[in-house]
Design a protein around this ligand. Structure first.
Ligand code: HSE
Length: 444
């Protein structure tokens, strides 16, 4: 018995999804049992590159998610609405859902998974994080027994492309962004990517799976790459680092007042030692390093976006659901049990509580800071005193030359509490000898 699939959206990912569904040759044989029941599109007039009879298309997306014949709904329209409402409607009508929508899951995961568990359906989202890279399923299943300590990722291809080009060409952010937009690597409105919001959604989802709790997106620190300059990239390189937009979720020692594990969950440009496995992940590629006990370190690398890679994740999720349904339906003894199959606990969402997320001022990390100062005696001494007074220990301090007749001083600290480091910067600003602090970046 075939599985009826309703597809919402025929943009880049939707088209890639159709191409796999319509071309099952030499792929898993179960793919042949997936039937495209209907495709929801915005306009029926647009020419389509997929080979489907016209009656399969509809602009009435609601008719797909409510149709009793549909088993699985694929949501690849993106954006918050109507995607969220359609997902919820599909669930309410007993459909399993496969989505690539990180924005909806990161914001409304609570509502969606509560509804899905109540309805006894799956909501799978491999494509929502890092496109074609399998990372959701490994966190749920293959790494399921590990006590995860940290998930550290380059999960936004656009910013990785921009930073890689800034590094190779020595260009500044604005000019490389404009060129990336011209070449189609960055959106006309690049906000979600360059301001760290897209990566924030993704790390919230990864953290939720890695640490078995829900994540309040508001508490995820999200900082983008607009302030990264060519000068910082050059200094970083001299000091043995590359600058990457990292998304980090880490378990802290001890527990919060409510007994839940405490996490730090953050996105920001970071100086990564050139010897670190993430340092060599360049261009539009994504990678996610997972550290756990007893696995140690495992890194997933690959294409984080694009029609084919994202569709690979989407259709594999559909295949997973079809496999479970097939076994369950064949084993079921009545129509009733066939309709209400128990959920596989490794694939369904199994947590309700929210994780405690520590404030950024309590983060302990190394910092890189660049100062422009008047070239006069005692400035470095005064900087050192301000840091020392706040308990900030310096790993290195270099004055490399003059920029616009001001001395440029670059400091890298040892591990320090962010709150103490920020207080020292306030003291330095108040001291007067420093003209400006053009950049402050965290170091991995
Ligand atoms: N805009 C995302 C990126 C791709 O640049 O990685 C989709 O998640």
């Amino acid at each position: 018995m075939a599985f009826q699939v309703g597809l919402l959206g025929l943009g880049t990912v939707g088209t890639g999804t159709m191409q796999i569904l319509l071309d099952p040759d030499q792929r898993h044989p179960l793919l042949r049992e997936l039937e495209v029941y209907r495709v929801g599109v915005r306009s029926l007039d647009k020419p389509r590159s997929v080979d489907l009879p016209p009656e399969k298309f509809t602009t009435d997306l609601e008719s797909i998610v409510t149709d009793p014949a549909v088993d699985v709904v694929i949501e690849v329209i993106g954006g918050l609405e109507p995607a969220r409402s359609l997902i919820l409607q599909a669930i309410a009508h007993g459909k399993h859902v496969v989505t690539a929508n990180k924005a909806v899951i990161a914001r409304y995961g609570d509502e969606i998974f509560t509804a899905a568990n109540a309805a006894g359906v799956y909501v799978l989202l491999e494509a929502a994080v890092a496109g074609g890279i399998p990372v959701i399923e490994p966190l749920k299943q293959s790494l399921g027994v590990n006590r995860i300590q940290a998930v550290t990722g380059i999960v936004n291809g656009t910013t990785n492309y921009i930073l890689t080009r800034m590094q190779r060409e020595g260009g500044d952010f604005a000019e490389i962004l404009a060129d990336a937009q011209r070449l189609g690597y960055a959106e006309a409105d690049p906000t979600a990517d360059v301001d760290g919001l897209d990566a924030g959604d993704k790390i919230a989802i990864l953290a939720s799976l890695a640490f078995n709790g829900r994540i309040n997106l508001e508490k995820v620190h999200r900082e983008g790459i607009r302030s990264v300059s060519a000068a910082d990239i050059t200094y970083a390189e001299r000091l043995g680092f590359v600058i990457k937009l990292l998304a980090i979720a880490r378990r802290l020692e001890g527990v919060a007042a409510d007994g839940q594990p405490q996490l730090e969950v953050r996105v920001h440009p970071t100086l990564v030692p050139t010897t670190h496995p993430l340092a060599s992940v360049s261009d539009v590629y994504n990678a996610i390093l997972i550290e756990g006990d007893p696995i140690g370190q495992v890194m997933f690398f690959g294409p984080g976006a694009g029609a084919g890679p994202t569709a690979s994740a989407v259709v594999s999720d559909v295949l997973n659901i079809a496999a479970i349904l097939k076994v369950g339906r064949e084993a079921a003894t009545s129509d009733e049990t066939r309709k209400h199959l128990p959920l596989d606990p490794l694939l369904a969402c199994s947590h309700q509580h929210y994780c405690a997320i520590a404030p950024m001022e309590d983060l302990v990390t190394r910092f890189y800071a660049r100062f422009l100062t008047h070239d006069q005696p005692g400035v470095i001494g005064k900087l050192g005193t301000c840091f020392g007074d706040r308990g900030v220990s310096l790993e290195s301090i270099v004055q490399t030359g003059l920029r616009d007749s001001l001395a440029e001083i670059v400091v890298v600290t040892h591990d320090v509490r962010e709150g103490n480091f920020r207080q020292a910067l306030d003291d330095i600003r108040a001291m007067g000898a420093v003209e400006s602090i053009p950049s402050v970046l965290r170091v991995l």
